[in-house]
Design a binder for this molecule. Structure first.
Ligand SMILES: NC(=O)c1ccc[n+]([C@@H]2O[C@H](COP(=O)([O-])OP(=O)(O)OC[C@H]3O[C@@H](n4cnc5c(N)ncnc54)[C@H](O)[C@@H]3O)[C@@H](O)[C@H]2O)c1
Length: 308
């Protein structure tokens, strides 16, 4: 008995890296998996169906069920077709793991317009577009059966987006957008029975290789950078074990998982005169900014979990 027996999943960007591991474990737990991957390079250029096909073959060779889809997830109609293909191939949809992503790092003052546009497009729109059409499918099911659908979406943010890494204005803005988008989706879809959670993973993949150097661990040794370390959290979130978990953000790497909470009010001042003046704000600045309680400068970048 697998945790996901009878369920159908789409994983975007599942041809390599973290997404490949999600797909393999989802399939091992009994899900039929639609392997989406455009197969471009780490900057998002080019297209190649081979990585997606080889993951699907690996799943089938292990006795699982998988199909491939080579869509660019940021393409609105291709995202619609991806959801349709999964439903037609497997008869239903239960799980969407939005994982596809690219990098085009550059300091803000040097960033080109196309570097901004393509990362926002692939990362942020590429997360929303499949979610939009999966949500429409689930809402249709809900209206037809009048029963909550028991669906799950896992979106992929990044600690860069949560904490703001220098040199990643495009990527961090898109990833922070994903965390916020997930909260909205969780609220929009709660009533029809779809849970939406977010992970911020860290693992040695092609993508991270552009940022840090990773030393291969000897065969069999624990590797805190392994992309396979991320998948169990995703499977758990997609399974009925996590039926009560919705709208949460988890940072995950190696043997560590953190629950991360975002923006929330930390102090408050109220104007007795109702309206503010700059001088009155200055009078109350210590109450607002908490003199001696915390540094009022830019918060330090919290290195990703597992970062040595
Ligand atoms: N590796 C890390 O440490 C790390 C850290 C934070 C966040 N992430 C996020 O995890 C996810 C997976 O990254 P990874 O490290 O495995 O990278 P990766 O480059 O190894 O894999 C990403 C996959 O997404 C696919 N892809 C890219 N653009 C696509 C598009 N438009 N449509 C369909 N597929 C597309 C690529 O072909 C590739 O196979 C990404 O969203 C990434 O931003 C990774």
């Amino acid at each position: 008995m697998g945790l996901l027996d009878g369920k159908v999943a789409i994983v975007t960007g599942a041809g390599r890296g973290i997404g490949r591991e999600h797909a393999l474990l989802l399939a091992r737990e009994g899900a039929s998996v639609m392997i989406n991957d455009l197969g471009g390079d780490g900057r998002g250029e080019g297209a190649d169906l081979t990585p997606a096909q080889s993951v699907a073959e690996e799943i089938r060779a292990a006795g699982g069920v998988a199909e491939v889809n080579g869509a660019n997830v940021a393409d609105w109609s291709a995202a619609e077709a991806l959801v349709k293909q999964a439903v037609e191939a497997f008869g239903r949809l239960d799980i969407l793991v939005n994982n596809a992503g690219i990098l085009r790092d550059r300091m803000a003052f040097n960033m080109a317009e196309d570097e901004w546009d393509v990362v926002i497009d692939v990362v942020l729109k590429g997360c929303f577009a499949p979610a939009r059409f999966a949500a429409a499918y689930w809402r249709e099911q809900y209206k037809r059966t009048e029963e909550r659908v028991n669906g799950a979406i896992v979106n992929t943010a990044s600690e860069s987006g949560l904490y703001g890494n220098s040199g990643q204005a495009n990527y961090a803005a898109a990833k922070a957008g994903i965390a916020s988008l997930s909260t909205v989706l969780a609220r929009d879809l709660e009533r029809i029975g779809v849970r939406v959670n977010t992970i911020a993973p860290t693992a040695a993949t092609r993508l991270l290789g552009t940022v840090i150097q990773h030393e291969e661990k000897p065969e069999g040794a624990f590797d805190p950078w392994s992309p396979a370390a991320i998948a169990p959290l995703v499977v758990w979130l997609c399974s009925d074990l996590a039926k009560d978990v919705n709208g949460q953000v988890f940072a995950v790497s190696g043997a560590r998982i953190q629950l991360v909470r975002g923006f929330h009010p930390v102090s408050q001042i109220d104007s007795e005169e109702r309206a503010w003046s700059p001088d009155r704000i200055e009078d109350l600045r210590d109450e607002l900014l908490g003199k001696g309680r915390f540094d009022t400068g830019i918060p330090p970048f919290l290195p990703p979990v597992g970062w040595e």
